[in-house]
Write a protein that binds this ligand. Structure first.
Ligand code: ARG
Length: 462
């Protein structure tokens, strides 16, 4: 007979390759605390409804608490022979307290147990991510305040478009991370539902009290269909989608840091502690952290696809395929958490090089739209103004100068509506200051956005 806990109907031992292939302990051991928490709630509920005696509940609880201490102190033996974290804990419980330990699994299956563990773990992960996203937003708000007046060439198509302030650019990331947090907070509502009680798939014959367990574990609701409760992994898909969108944002940020730090632009410098050198080229200082964040973002998105495909076409209810959800989810989660942590530490040390940013904005005729708007204010239709300014840009480009270096006579040769006051709108400072409305790049608006963000981040809201 097999020595497995489920071995009663097996005449032969499991093949060693099968044991290694089906084992998930290397991945799911990180669920130990959630597994024990869930088991404690289950055992106490069984006691309250009279399926276990008080002394049995007490023995089980003591055993579980001891096992938790053993795992946390590193004195717990893990082995592929015991498959997963659930079997490890249960078999250790039986070794510790004897036959009473064999009663813990009454009215429960590993199918509803693992779903419960994953929901508890995911809920904790969301709370950690929300805190990290808040910290990163706070870093960007501080940067925005420091650089509220710093001029940066704003780009479209990677071509110089119009001047913006570096602070405004920072606040764009605050908006992105704020939406990321809102998505996670929304997903959390559907994560925080109790599957336990579904047992293998159909429910149990014992008089369980599922709301009692839900309250004990801090769940807001109880899953209303046992088949769905054990087979549903939508909650992980949603969180992976939110993680993937975070990864998109992180990759865009990483890309900007990388090209801003390129020798050609030299808009910023990143702290030495967050860059690495070359083994052959002594002069190099590379933004490897940003590059790895950009690289790892693809891995995160890949995990969303992996789980979508894992779930696709699975008949109800539980299938062993689902065991793979853990390595998929943990991979994405770990990469995003690490990236958020690193950025939060690295970005306060970012130094801007305003001279280089200004030079690039000037080279790129960033105030051309301001000149067109100026002509419109003098009564010229916008399309005609656009054409006049296009000619001015060509003229300046041929002579290798900026628009502001064209003489008044030259400008008046292009349009008689141009007067001495034109030079006010051709300056970069004038250009950003003029975009002074909610959402605009004017330093005054950036400061207002910073104040709103600070109030939000200090409060409980998202
Ligand atoms: N390790 C398994 C998993 O993660 C636990 C559930 C096993 N259930 C089963 N019927 N074999 O999915």
């Amino acid at each position: 007979m097999s020595d497995k806990m489920w071995g009663g109907r097996f005449a032969a031992d499991t093949d060693a390759l099968v044991e290694a292939f089906t084992s998930s302990i290397a991945v799911d051991r990180r669920l130990y605390a959630e597994d024990i928490r869930g088991s404690l709630a289950h055992a106490r509920m069984l006691g309250r409804v009279g399926v276990l005696t008080n002394s049995e509940v007490e023995a089980i609880a003591q055993g579980l608490v001891q096992i938790r201490a053993e795992i946390e102190s590193g004195h717990f033996a893990f082995s592929d022979r015991l498959e997963d974290i659930h079997m490890h804990i249960e078999s250790r419980l039986i070794a510790l307290i004897g036959d009473t330990g064999k009663k813990l699994h009454t009215g429960r299956s590993r199918n509803d147990q693992v779903a419960t563990d994953m929901r508890l773990y995911t809920r904790g992960a969301i709370d950690r991510l929300l805190a990290l996203l808040r910290q990163l937003q706070a870093v960007f708000v501080d940067l925005a305040e420091r650089e509220a007046d710093t001029l940066l060439p704003g780009l479209t198509h990677l071509q110089v478009a119009q001047p913006v302030t570096f602070g405004h650019h920072c606040m764009a990331y605050v908006e992105m991370f704020r939406r990321d947090a809102a998505r996670l907070a929304d997903a959390r509502k559907r994560v925080n539902v109790l599957p336990l009680g579904a047992a293998a798939l159909a429910g149990t014959t014992f008089p369980i009290d599922r709301w009692d367990v839900a309250r004990e574990l801090g769940f807001d609701a109880v899953a209303e269909n046992s088949l769905d409760a054990v087979s549903d992994r939508d909650f992980l898909l949603e969180v992976l989608a939110a993680l993937s969108i975070i990864a998109v944002h992180l990759s865009r940020l990483a890309e900007e840091l990388i090209y801003w730090m390129s020798a050609a632009l030299a808009f910023i410098d990143l702290p030495d502690a967050f860059c690495t050198g070359s083994s052959i080229m002594p002069q190099k200082k590379n933004p490897d952290v940003a590059e790895l964040i950009r690289g790892k973002s693809g891995k995160v998105m890949g995990q969303l696809t992996a789980l979508l495909i894992l779930m696709k076409g699975q008949a109800l209810a539980y299938n062993r395929d689902n065991q793979e959800d853990k390595s998929i989810f943990f991979t994405a989660l770990d990469e995003v958490e690490a990236s958020l942590r690193l950025l939060t530490r690295m970005l306060p040390g970012l130094q801007t090089r305003p001279k280089h940013m200004r030079a690039e904005a000037e080279k790129g005729f960033a105030t051309a739209t301001d000149l067109a708007d100026y002509l419109v204010r003098k009564g010229v239709p916008f399309r005609d103004a656009h054409a006049v300014v296009g000619t001015a840009v060509r003229l300046a480009q041929e002579r290798g100068i900026g628009l502001e270096a064209l003489s008044l006579a030259e400008l008046q040769g292009l349009s008689p509506f141009i007067e001495e006051d034109v030079y006010g709108v051709l300056s970069l400072e004038g250009s950003v200051a003029a975009r002074n409305h909610l959402g605009g790049t004017a330093p005054a608006q950036v400061r207002a956005a910073i104040a709103r963000a600070r109030a939000r981040l200090q409060g409980e809201g998202l």
